[in-house]
Design a protein around this ligand. Structure first.
Ligand code: ATP
Ligand code: MG
Length: 418
């Protein structure tokens, strides 16, 4: 047996990992400004949690979950989380917040697991950064989330498009669902087996039929079936987005894959990502808390696909730097000791500094400094040590001058600002 990683699972090293944490850092900073608090939930939960919330007929529950039986007395069926929302709702209800303090604004982040066919932007372990807002049935909260997502994508300098739709609620959705079933039966021959199965089991997903996008052009649109309340809600969402200067497109064919969504649904697509271009997806789920055994409390949320957002950054040429500002080169045992202190002083001046192994020759050390992308080499030998200076070498311009450590720090910082 080869000890290789599993299909669909990735190792992210250096710049690739940095792109992911950059997305997470920026999202976290923006969520702070929207007063969204962190929640950490388990990676392993009861399998039932997902079948109850996401729906037995959703793709995630039907075919994508990693499940096994725990070796406890009850032989509990457990699953690696395929998404964050059910766990957050469970935690919210389990902590009694639906009764004691129902208005909550929470974010989670971490790995999710889905056993689907791996391809670019689609992995079996991927990362989500998600938000769930509880106790806010009003359209202002939908708009606020969309404004926040718009802000994040613009902050990351990503080219993107935002699509919104309303899929109605318990009152008006049944008629839309029925219309889809009728449409599906009438267009049976144009649909593939996958979609034939959806007609009775999960008719909303008929709109996701991948075989031929043209087929669904004649399908009924959710917006034509909205009740007055759902329509008024959606109108306010659109009005607020326009007022906030958020660019969006109404896509009356967009549905979400999970059963619990009501009213507002949305997706953000990044340009230049090909088939797996959806980087943010979410919507309102007003019935979910009750379904999960809590009180009837409204909810709305979304998840950022962090892996795809990192790919989008790369496609847009917005790659985070992992190169240090300076590499420290020391020649000889006494200079090496001094170099530790010089490195500390430069880091105290907020510079990113990497010390190179003292065991090599100057030529290979300079080559190493260039290889790791450092703009400067700070060179210290016994002579520099004795005179309290360093040689500051600009590796871009191949110039070198002798300066005091404080002056080196200033020059390096200045070059970074350029
Ligand atoms: P898709 O239609 O691409 O399968 P989905 O509807 O299953 O997406 P959600 O469950 O809404 O996706 O998850 C939200 C986001 O998480 C997606 O928009 C995507 O960015 C990301 N995501 C979902 N599945 C994967 C995966 N297997 N690999 C990488 N990212 C994923
Ligand atoms: Mg999917």
């Amino acid at each position: 047996m080869e000890l290789t990683r599993l299909r669909g699972f990735r190792d992210l090293i250096g710049a690739d990992a940095r792109a992911m944490s950059l997305v997470e850092e920026r999202a976290r900073a923006i969520f702070d400004r929207y007063s969204i608090k962190e929640i950490r939930i388990p990676v392993l939960e009861r399998t039932q949690l997902y079948s109850r919330s996401s729906g037995e007929t959703s793709d995630v529950v039907e075919k994508q979950m990693y499940t096994f039986t725990d070796r406890d007395e009850g032989e509990t069926a457990v699953a690696l989380r395929p998404e964050g929302t059910p766990g957050v709702v469970r935690a919210y209800v389990e902590a009694g917040l639906d009764r004691t303090d129902p208005e909550q604004r929470l974010f989670y982040s971490g790995p999710m697991f889905r056993r689907e066919r791996p391809q670019k932007g689609r992995y079996r372990q991927f990362y989500q950064f998600g938000v769930e807002i509880f106790g806010r049935p009003d359209a202002a909260s939908d708009a606020e989330l969309l404004i926040m997502i718009d802000e994040l994508c613009r902050d990351l300098k990503l080219p993107f498009t935002m699509e919104v739709n309303s899929i109605g609620d318990q009152k008006c959705r049944p008629a839309f669902r029925e219309a889809l079933v009728q449409w599906g039966r009438a267009h049976w021959d144009e649909l593939d087996d996958d979609c034939h199965n959806r007609i009775d089991r999960n008719p909303l997903r008929l709109l996701d039929c991948k075989k031929d996008a043209k087929v669904t052009e004649s399908a009924p649109k959710s917006l034509d079936y909205l009740c007055d309340e759902c329509r008024a809600h959606f109108d306010i969402v659109k009005e607020l987005l326009t007022a906030a200067n958020v660019q969006y497109i109404v896509n009356p064919r967009m549905v979400r894959g999970l059963d619990y969504y009501t009213r507002t649904a949305f997706e953000v697509m990044a340009s230049g990502l090909g088939a797996q271009s959806t980087i943010v997806a979410g919507g309102r789920y007003d019935g979910l808390v009750e379904t999960m055994g809590g009180t009837a409390i409204a909810g709305i949320g979304f998840a950022i696909g962090v892996d795809r957002m990192a790919l989008a950054l790369e496609a847009a040429g917005v790659t985070p730097t992992i190169a240090p500002d300076a590499a420290i080169i020391s020649m000889g045992p006494a200079a090496m000791r001094h170099a530790v202190i010089v490195a500390r002083d430069l880091r105290a001046a907020n510079l990113n500094v990497e010390m190179l192994s003292p065991e090599r020759k100057m030529k290979s050390l300079l080559a190493r400094a260039s290889k790791i992308g450092a703009r400067f080499a700070v060179i210290i030998g016994d002579d520099e040590l004795a005179r309290g200076v360093v040689q500051l070498r600009d590796l871009n311009e191949s110039t070198q001058r002798e300066v005091a450590v404080a002056e080196a720090a200033r020059a390096i910082a200045e070059a970074r600002e350029e």
